[in-house]
Each structure stands twice: as structure tokens, then as C-alpha cells.
Design a binder for this molecule. Structure first.
Ligand SMILES: Cc1ncc(COP(=O)(O)O)c(C=O)c1O
Length: 388
């Protein structure tokens, strides 16, 4: 199909929720994608930080094809070998001993974390941070600090509270004896690639303060690693670099290389508080999704992609025009205003580079972890030119 036909059918048959860019992507290989008109692009969006191996990575394609040919879906009525293999791998990569709940998206992983926290603590209150993003289901939306997303859907989950990101004192005051959990992103993704404090070291200190507060008050510390996880920041979980052991880590986006999967990782010491029947998902952790995740993780570890993310990410932040920040391959370039950011994104696309805009005036780059320094260099040169 040509682009105009795809667009017309979209308007006719798809619920109009997305302000889509005016191209349809039809093929991908490595860091490159092609549109319906045959134009190619260097993909620095990567399915919104969801394709760590890039597109059509042969190991991932093989794993999915083989698994699809063997067994795709059976439900959690049965024991599933791929699921336990993946859970063990995630345990080995986590900063604490964990047990896994598998679902299909980031919002779902957070939804489960809300329920698990309430069940484990027998309390109800959930605290999240200003400028946060945790998803758009009714629970996760209540802890997403975006009035525009919430307005038409109130009442949301009650007993959800927002406190200032980066302010440990505000958090201390907000925690009460009904607080079950606090949710925090280590670097806010949708919020504009923002650290909670001025720099990495001070942010580290903030997370240490949260950890202490949670220990003191018996509150569950949930770290949302939906965007920072799966090697993106240069370690498998960003928690590792920030030196913290959360009670729950939520994961999604890149975990299965672009195949839908969410995971709620619960500290093994508290997971016993969750009982059979408390939560479930028909598709969660099915053999196909798990095979995709296993191949993705094996490739990230086996091909040194976290090291590459650190190396290319460091280079990108040192070379990027304007005010650049981030960690590993989670990079934001702050520009003057919304219009300038939008313009830069469009001009980049016209030059064959896909970047997007988050938090109004931040040009975001979250490329596949396989991107080379040369590719990144070309993207940055072009970004500098279009921003002039
Ligand atoms: C930190 C964070 N949490 C949760 C979500 C929601 O994930 P999903 O769109 O898979 O529901 C996102 C999506 O951007 C995210 O960045």
C-alpha cells in the first residue's frame, strides 16, 4: 500500500488517539528502517526505546520463528519452561533476589506493582513524583503526573499522591502510616530525560534517601525501569548504576526486543505476601514472548551492547549540540521551545533521521543499543545543522 491509502484507512478504521508522523514504516534492518515510499532512515526512536537489538536481528528472528513453530501460547494454567528460564536470567541480572510476574506492557507491570504493594503492606496509599509517567490504565494514570491525560477520566484510583521529584523532604512529609508504596523513575523518560537532581551524583544521593525512608517507614520502593531498563543506560538496570536495591522493579519496552512484554520483579523476601489468584494475565509470559526476551537478553549480554550503550552514549552527550543530558543511550537535547523542537524533528526526518520530541522542548534519542559511534556522529552533525 502507498502512504496516502494507509493514512486514509487509518482515519476510517482506527480510533484516532495518535498524532502520527506522516510516514508508514514497512521494513527494518539493524538501525535502519524503510517507509512505504522506499525512503530509508536511521532509527533513533527504536519503537520508543523498545528495540535494543534494532530491527530484524537474526538471533531474535530465529528465536521467535523457532518458538512459534514449537509452541506459541498455552496460558498460565500450565508450567512454562521458557518463563522459568527467563525469570532466572532476570534474577541474575537484578540488584536483588527477585521473583517475576509477567504481563504485556509497562502500564500493566505498574498496575501489578500497585496491587502487590497494597497486598504486601495492607496499606492503600501510593506516592509518585511530579512530572512522572507510569502509563495510562486507571491505576498507572493516577500516578502519572499529567493533568491533561487524567482530566476526562476522573475519578482515578483514590489515595494516589504526587510529590516533588528530587525533594526527599517533601517525600518524608507525604509518607503516612497508610502509605503502601512510592513509585519513582530513575531518569524520567516521557518527562524529558530528566534526572531528579542537578547531576548523577546528587541524584544517586536522592535515591539513597528514598531507600532509607522506605526502610524506616515500611514502604515499598517501586522503581519504574520501563524505559531505563534492558541495558539502555549502560547497565542492565539503571538501579545498578544509581547503587540502589528497590523492592519492586517494573520493566517493559525493550525487554523482548520489540515483542510485547512487561515484567514486575518483586524482591523475593516480600513476594511471599502475594497469594495465588491475587493477579493474573492470560498472555503474560507466554512461550513466544519469553523466547523473544531470552534471545534479546542473551544478545545484549553476549554482544557487549551495554558497553556499547555506555561508549556511544558518552560520546553523544559530549558531542550533542545545546543542552544535552542522559545516561547511556537515553539522550535528551533541550532546545529553546516547543516549536524549535518540533521543527528539528521534522527536518531530521526529511534528512533521514528519526528522533522524537518529549516534554515539549526536548529532542529525544533512544536508538537501538547496536548503534555505532559513526552513525550517532552523523545524527548529531545533522541535529546541529537543523538547530542552527
Ligand atoms: C517509565 C515508563 N513507565 C511506563 C510506561 C508505560 O508503558 P506502556 O506504554 O508499555 O504501557 C512508559 C511508556 O512510555 C514509561 O516510559
Amino acid at each position: 500500500m502507498r502512504f496516502e491509502e494507509i493514512k486514509k484507512l487509518d482515519e476510517e478504521y482506527i480510533v484516532q488517539l495518535y498524532a502520527r508522523y506522516p510516514i508508514a514504516l514497512v521494513r527494518g534492518e539493524g538501525t535502519r528502517v524503510w517507509d512505504s515510499e522506499g525512503r530509508d532512515y536511521l532509527d533513533l526512536i527504536a519503537g520508543i526505546a523498545s528495540c535494543p537489538l534494532g530491527h530484524s536481528h537474526p538471533k531474535l528472528v530465529r528465536a521467535i520463528s523457532e518458538q512459534a513453530g514449537r509452541l506459541m501460547h498455552v496460558s498460565n494454567l500450565f508450567y512454562i519452561e521458557e518463563q522459568v528460564r527467563l525469570a532466572k536470567m532476570l534474577n541474575d541480572l537484578s540488584p536483588m533476589d527477585v521473583k517475576a510476574f509477567f504481563c504485556n506492557s509497562g502500564a500493566e507491570a505498574n498496575e501489578a506493582a500497585i496491587k502487590f504493594s497494597r497486598k504486601i503492606t495492607r496499606r492503600r496509599g501510593i506516592i509518585a513524583m511530579s512530572n512522572s509517567f507510569h502509563g495510562r490504565t486507571m491505576g498507572s494514570l493516577a500516578i502519572t503526573d499529567k493533568k491533561r491525560y487524567q482530566k476526562s477520566f476522573e475519578p482515578l484510583m483514590p489515595e494516589a499522591k504526587i510529590v516533588e521529584y528530587g525533594n526527599a523532604e517533601a517525600l518524608r512529609s507525604a509518607i503516612g502510616d497508610k502509605t503502601a508504596a512510592i513509585f519513582v523513575e530513575l531518569i524520567q523518560g516521557e518527562g524529558g530525560i530528566r534526572f531528579p537532581r542537578e547531576n548523577f551524583e546528587e541524584s544517586r544521593e536522592y535515591f539513597r534517601e528514598i531507600r532509607e525512608l522506605c526502610d524506616e517507614k515500611g514502604v515499598i520502593m517501586v522503581v519504574d525501569e520501563v524505559q531505563t531498563g534492558t541495558g539502555r543506560t549502560g547497565s542492565f538496570f539503571a538501579s545498578e548504576q544509581f547503587g540502589i536495591k528497590p523492592d519492586i522493579i517494573t520493566v517493559a519496552k525493550g525487554i523482548a526486543g520489540g515483542f510485547p512484554m512487561g515484567v514486575t520483579l518483586v524482591d523475593a523476601n516480600i513476594a511471599g505476601g502475594i497469594e495465588k489468584g491475587d493477579h493474573a494475565s492470560t498472555f503474560g509470559g507466554n512461550p513466544l514472548a519469553c523466547a523473544a526476551a531470552i534471545a534479546t537478553i542473551e544478545t545484549i549480554v553476549g554482544e557487549g551492547l551495554m558497553e556499547n550503550a555506555r561508549r556511544v552514549g558518552k560520546y553523544a552527550i559530549s558531542q550533542a549540540p545545546g543542552k544535552a543530558r542522559g545516561l547511556g543511550l537515553m539522550i535528551g537535547v533541550e532546545v529553546e521551545d516547543e516549536r524549535k523542537a518540533e521543527e528539528a524533528m521534522i527536518k531530521m526526518r526529511e534528512r533521514g533521521f528519526l528522533v522524537n520530541v518529549t516534554s515539549k522542548n526536548v529532542v529525544r534519542m533512544v536508538p537501538p543499543l547496536i548503534i555505532t559511534k559513526e552513525e550517532m556522529g552523523r545524527a548529531l552533525e545533522n541535529l546541529e545543522e537543523v538547530l542552527k
